[in-house]
Design a protein around this ligand. Structure first.
Ligand code: ADP
Ligand code: MG
Length: 689
């Protein structure tokens, strides 16, 4: 056990209680503590003399203090007031409700104060400034330094955190983690580990901070790139069924529409994989409505031509049924037999489907995760397709794959991201991008609005539904009690209100994730059949639902959703011939929410939306759960550090070419870090496993 594995509770000033709190931040050990990087910095190195102070300045002032006076303003409000003077003037200092400060300050002594200047230029004031005795300033603690700002949790202040980190660094001594082989570090002119850790937390100046950042970002991306490379190497050994690639044209000709160039390209890439003898592991990325299903269908067709079965797994019954009805229609004229298998089927139908799958009387089995269950056996499964892959873990995918022999895997993702990123993030997958929409798609007009537009939005809804069109209203929560956030609209209460008060003359229904599958399906079927005008829903309708007559998507509390998620929701409309609209109520999010939502108003392209979403939120939040398979990056940003990423990838390749098994002593620490990363990703169910 190394010093990094020591629990943080042993650090002076931390103890059991705070160690528990720090655990919430993912900090349990010394190693995790020193790698808990600041989220920002405050530059507290700028000093001004009192005379130079302007209201609005945030600066340090060196001044001698008078006796602090305590004023009891009213119950619950005590202030401490004092004057701090240098030889140019007097700065008034006020502390609210911090009476203990009286004992911390010795009249006549000189202190450094850091804070925002209020008052006027002639009568400057600071409220609740940070301060420390002159003799202690500049040691990187509170004043006269660039000070780290950490992400915190209740009960852990900046001060507690930075003190803990400082001690953690001391305790680690010379044994700081250093997975960069020295030769790589030297070739790329990167700082030493010790220097980097010290300066990333407590920079001696901005240049040192930059050097530290660069080294740590490089290190992180270097390990990531090396891990990806090792993983790709591992899987290329897996054999795949040889499926003949001829016949694509035949399939294209049988379709009711002309495929886009991007669809054809994706199909050819998959066909080449499946003919290669190595198991395909391909991700199809495309915006909502880009026609991923047709690509999947073409692959099923090729499997069928080679006499094999395919399975297509969708995350919801609704989506499975939808796929089944559209694919069955497509396959039938070709002589292919599609079958449906979901958990909600009657026992008889289910038995029938199971036997047909087992006997090979079904060529393409379409279903939910019911396809994974033990009772399902295929006669000869050669291709596994999962739709909307972010809903499935890698494990579910491989469970289905295991039902075939050397089966190929095709994954369809609804969250489009730039190709370079996709390659990085879905490390175990090859990527095809469908970057072209079928012709004739119209843009969904999108508006972000505040409360004052509510009446107009309702009138608009009334007008559209009066013309026979349909609308979705999406709420972030199912029930009122669910979230403490005031003003949060819940689906249950809201649908009641809309039905009773706002649209008594329209057919309003509700669908949410806690309903039984049967109930949900019944509502969705009714909506699809046009028996419902306004459907109030939670994000259960996010994926794949296809109702061309729905032309209006209203999202309540849109500030509570990620941009990519909103883009998916918006993709539920604009699927037919009618002009479609998306209206986002900005909720309590304020100006920041407005700015974010504006991205959607301006961009109809899902790739563009995803890129901006990623930039705004960072990869961890962006992908939500860890299912994307990307280990959490602590310091690098996959968007803004692209140039370092490229260098790091090159360096990783060179290192692995030189020492493929990483057996050289200089690569030992790297090897350990890579395994840690792979294990961590595997534990998260990620694609790295
Ligand atoms: P997604 O990529 O979101 O899964 P789908 O595969 O559901 O998109 O396709 C959306 C709609 O577009 C479907 O109704 C499908 O029949 C239609 N479609 C797919 N490809 C084309 C094309 N090349 N030309 C015209 N319509 C197409
Ligand atoms: Mg789809």
């Amino acid at each position: 056990m190394s010093v990094f594995d020591t629990g943080v509770r042993y650090i002076k000033g931390v103890g059991e209680g705070r160690a528990k709190l720090m655990e919430k931040l993912g900090v349990r050990t010394l190693g995790e503590l020193v790698r808990y990087f600041p989220r920002a910095y405050e530059d507290r190195t700028v000093f001004k003399r009192v005379q130079e102070l302007m209201p609005g300045d945030t600066v340090c002032v060196r001044a001698a203090v008078t006796q602090p006076e305590l004023y009891h303003v009213r119950r619950g409000l005590d202030t401490i007031r004092l004057s701090a003077a240098d030889d140019t003037g007097i700065l008034r200092i006020v502390f609210f409700n911090q009476t203990f400060i009286r004992d911390r300050m010795a009249p006549g002594e000189t202190y450094i104060f850091y804070g925002k200047v209020t008052g006027t230029a002639r009568r400057p004031e600071m409220q609740n400034p940070v301060f420390e005795p002159e003799s202690e300033s500049g040691r990187g603690m509170h004043t006269g330094a660039i000070v780290p700002v950490y992400a915190l949790t209740a009960g852990i202040s900046q001060k507690i955190m930075s003190n803990a980190v400082r001690q953690g660094l001391l305790l680690c001594g010379d044994k700081l983690p250093d997975p960069l082989p020295p030769s790589v570090r030297e070739r790329h002119c990167l700082a030493q580990a010790r220097f980097s850790y010290n300066n990333i937390h407590f920079p001696s100046d901005l240049d040192a901070l930059e050097l530290a950042r660069k080294r740590l970002i490089f290190e992180e991306l270097f390990i990531l790139a090396a891990a990806m490379k090792i993983m790709r190497g591992r899987r290329s050994a897996k054999a795949g069924r040889v499926l003949h690639a001829e016949g694509c044209e035949e399939f294209f000709a049988a379709l009711p529409f002309e495929l886009t160039g991007a669809q054809k390209r994706a199909i050819h890439e998959a066909a080449r994989d499946m003919a290669s003898g190595v198991a395909m592991n391909r991700l199809i990325q495309g915006d909502v409505g880009s026609g991923k299903t047709a690509v999947a269908a073409a692959c099923c067709y090729l499997a069928w031509k080679s006499g094999c079965q395919s399975a297509l797994m969708a995350p919801t019954e609704l989506l499975a049924e939808q796929h089944y009805s559209s694919l069955a229609a497509m396959f039938e004229p070709l002589g292919m037999r599609a079958g449906l298998l979901t958990g909600g089927m009657t026992a008889k139908k289910r038995r029938d489907a199971l036997s047909k799958i087992a006997l090979g009387e079904i060529d393409v089995a379409i279903g939910t995760h019911a396809l994974i269950s033990d009772s399902v056996t295929f006669l000869d499964l050669a291709l596994v397709i999962t739709d909307e892959q972010h809903r499935f873990g890698v494990r579910q995918r491989s469970e289905l794959t295991a039902k075939g022999e050397c089966a190929h895997v095709l994954v369809m993702s609804a969250t489009p991201i730039p190709r370079t990123l996709a390659l990085m993030i879905y490390g175990d997958l090859d990527v095809s991008v469908i970057d072209e929409l079928p012709p004739g798609r119209q843009r969904v007009e999108t508006f972000a609005v505040g409360e004052k537009y509510r009446t107009r939005v309702y009138e608009f809804t009334r007008a559209l539904t009066g013309r026979g069109r349909q609308a979705y209203v999406v709420c972030p929560a199912v029930e009122d009690s669910e979230d403490e956030v005031p003003g949060l609209v819940s689906a249950v209460e809201y649908s009641e209100k809309l039905a009773a008060e706002v649209f008594p003359d329209r057919r309003v229904a509700l669908v949410h994730g806690r309903m039984k599958t049967k109930e949900k399906d019944a509502v969705m079927k009714a909506f699809r059949a046009g028996e419902i005008d306004i459907l109030v829903a939670t994000t259960v309708i996010e994926v794949g639902v296809d109702v061309p007559n729905a032309v209006l998507m209203i999202v309540e509390n849109a500030d509570r959703f990620g941009l990519s998620q909103l883009h998916q929701l918006r993709g539920r409309v604009g699927r037919g011939e009618h002009k479609s609209y998306c209206i986002l109520f900005e909720g309590a999010g304020g100006a920041a929410a407005r700015e974010r939502l504006d991205v959607l108003c301006r961009h109809g392209d899902g790739f563009e939306v995803a890129k901006r979403d990623l930039a705004l939120r960072g990869p961890g939040d962006f992908f939500g759960s860890r299912q994307h398979g990307l280990p959490e990056l602590k310091i690098a940003s996959l968007l803004s550090d692209m140039d370092i990423l490229t260098t790091a990838q090159d360096a990783a390749r060179e290192t692995l070419e030189d020492d493929p098994e990483l057996r050289k002593p200089e690569n030992a620490a790297l090897s350990a870090s890579i395994h840690e990363m792979l294990n961590q990703a595997a534990a998260g169910g990620g694609g790295l496993s």
